[in-house]
Design a protein around this ligand. Sequence first.
Ligand code: SLL
Length: 206
Amino acid sequence: MDDGTFIDEQGSRRLRDTELVVPVVVGTCAWWLGKKANDSVTHRWTVYFRSANGEDLSHIISKVTFELHHTFTNPHRVCLQAPYEVTEQGWGEFDINITLTFTPDAREKDVSIMHRLKLYESESTPNTTKKPVMSEVYEELVFSEPVESFYRRVVAEPQRRATELSCQAWILTFDEREEVEKLKECRARVAAMVAEVRKDFEGAAR
Ligand code: SLL
């Protein structure tokens, strides 16, 4: 009997036609040092990974690794616990590779997200020590056809508030409805394209 599950190549039981979607944000928060700035240090900044809705993620994430520019001492920074963040001082913007490692029962490969450290607003905006320069990007972790035991554990887990970030006061709130609508639109467009291709294909086979 079909119970909606199947066994994958590694022998794990997975849920067919099921998705677990986890909204997350990667970001940087940078403070200009003003009078204290010099050639080698102009900013103090934090790079972080968080849930988009303030939820604790430790039931899904076992490790977050931040790969800084090679000009930093020990550029490979590992966070095994929340808050998932690294604070540093420096002078330049660069791309930070953020690698997510999931809890072992998810049986998923690591996922990497690239995020650029932003120290300056647009050229016409003067530096200020009154507020930080924020750069946040909304992402979704999609566990497609997840391992059944992992899925059941995660959905049964009570939702807990995330540990606060050092720059908690400055984070942006994402209007999820707007994001969800945009994503739905994209999915519908892709589905229509797939249906079109399939129709052509079936027409040709006939
Ligand atoms: C740039 N391509 O030229 C970039 C590189 C590197 C920034 C930026 C190091 C600080 C330190 C630092 O800020 N590196 O040595 O502690 O803009």
